[in-house]
Design a protein around this ligand. Structure first.
Ligand code: FCB
Length: 429
């Protein structure tokens, strides 16, 4: 695999057409309907209307010169009830998308789960319920049976930490539950679902590269105080090691299990589960946004920040990639998301001279290259995101796109950062 250059999106954030062709509601449709859950009462109902404008969007991807496009499949589109037969009309959309990409020389990279659980499965218990892991594996096999002949790389889950913690502990993402022990059960069932999907896809003959995407960052103590160091250890345990240790080493870290117990939470592990969770994978997707600085009192955010209030910490990206290479050797990595929201200020013609975003991307790409030079096995970089889209609980306010979307007209206008990225990719070939 030579170094891949890509951009990423996800289904609920761009597709719109939420009741087209037999799609049923996902937990995000339900969550968005509750007043107060999403800024401005925004929903994914229209989003970027990508479901209807897909060929035009793929043409734009080709103009960027990316060799890979990472997108996700909407589970309730292709298997509306979260179980049972495939919905042919829903799956046909992804079939066309894959063919359209291949016709333009772009490799499709599929994420099977980017947060849009069919509502019926949440009603049956959601990720804290073990059966959801089996439902996910069944869905993964259904989709890969149809697409794996043309899709060279698959990510099972996007950011299980966010799914479990934001969705079931903090309640700021769908399904909006606030139950820490349930969130911890969700973690285990997400990892189990990942492993079952990998095994199921392999058993049905899939030879493509398979992996998982985690949101990762270094957790640094704010100062010398031992309590700061302890907070950083806990955050690293809950955010990084709780996923990578079982995936790679087939066990949960003892200190994390003890931290969970102290908070009344237990991982619902059954015999044989960890062998499934650690089924061999070909690639680890790393979503890198920023490092966390931890004090005993909580997270501290200082220094230059993005429009999301996220610290700008490119050096941490180098350190993270080197650290994963050290602690989890033998696992090729691809940065499957990196990017930033800033307050874009379009000119009269809609053009956005987004120098901050361009500088952000440039600094992080340099950081990835540095990690490679120092020996980390990093094989690609994908910018988040191809175009402005629905930023979950923040609605349409934050703009992460390289391409501006004028939501009133659905016009797409490449920003300065898109033109820069195109040249950066061309220059590296
Ligand atoms: C990541 C998500 C992605 C997007 C970016 C900004 O956590 O995977 O969907 O929201 O953050």
């Amino acid at each position: 695999m030579s170094f891949r250059w890509g951009v990423a999106t996800s289904a609920y954030q761009i597709e719109g057409a939420t009741d087209a062709d037999g799609r049923t509601p996902s937990i995000w449709d339900t969550f968005c309907r509750v007043p107060g859950n999403v800024a401005g009462g925004d929903t994914g109902e229209a989003a970027c209307d990508h479901y209807r404008r897909m060929p035009e969007d793929v043409a734009l991807l080709a103009e960027l010169g990316v060799d890979t496009y990472r997108f996700s499949i909407s589970w309730p589109r292709v298997q509306p009830r979260g179980r049972g037969p495939v919905n042919a009309r829903g799956l046909a959309f992804y079939d066309r998308l894959v063919d359209e990409l291949l016709a333009r020389g772009i490799d499709p990279w599929v994420t099977l789960y980017h947060w849009d659980l069919p509502q019926e499965l949440e009603d049956a218990g959601g990720w804290p319920h073990r059966d959801t892991a089996h439902r996910f594996a069944e869905y993964a096999v259904l989709v890969s049976d149809r697409l794996a002949d043309r899709v060279p790389t698959w990510t099972t889950l996007n950011e299980p930490w966010c799914v479990a913690m934001y969705g079931y502990a903090d309640g700021i993402h769908a399904p909006g539950r606030t139950d820490f022990p349930a969130a911890v059960r969700a973690v285990h069932h997400l990892l189990l679902g990942h492993g079952l999907a990998v095994q199921g896809m392999r058993a049905s003959g899939v030879s493509a590269d398979l992996g998982i995407t985690l949101n990762l960052g270094q957790a640094r103590p704010a100062g010398d105080d031992p309590a700061d160091h302890e907070a950083a250890r806990r955050a690293d345990g809950l955010g990084v090691r709780m996923y990578l240790d079982p995936l790679v080493h087939g066990r949960y870290p003892e200190d994390v299990v003890a931290d969970l117990a102290a908070r009344g939470a237990v991982l619902p592990i059954r015999d044989g589960d960890l062998a499934v969770v650690s089924a061999p994978i070909d690639v680890l997707g790393v979503n890198y946004y920023f490092d966390a600085t931890l004090a005993a009192t909580g997270e501290v955010r200082t220094g230059p920040l993005t429009g999301m209030g996220w610290p700008i910490t490119p050096d941490g990206c180098t350190e993270l990639l080197l650290r994963i290479g050290r602690d989890y050797p033998g696992l090729p990595m691809v940065v499957t998301e990196n990017g930033a929201a800033f307050d874009d200020d379009p000119g009269d013609d809609g053009f956005v001279l987004d120098e901050e975003r361009t500088a952000f991307l440039a600094a992080h790409i340099r950081a990835v290259e540095r990690a490679r030079d120092l020996g980390a096995d990093v094989r690609g970089y994908f910018a988040w995101s191809f175009m402005d889209n629905f930023e979950w609980g923040h609605g349409y306010g934050p703009r992460f796109g390289l391409v501006r979307v004028d939501y009133a007209t659905q016009r797409r206008i490449p920003k300065q950062s898109a033109l820069w990225y195109r040249d950066r990719i061309a220059g590296s070939r």
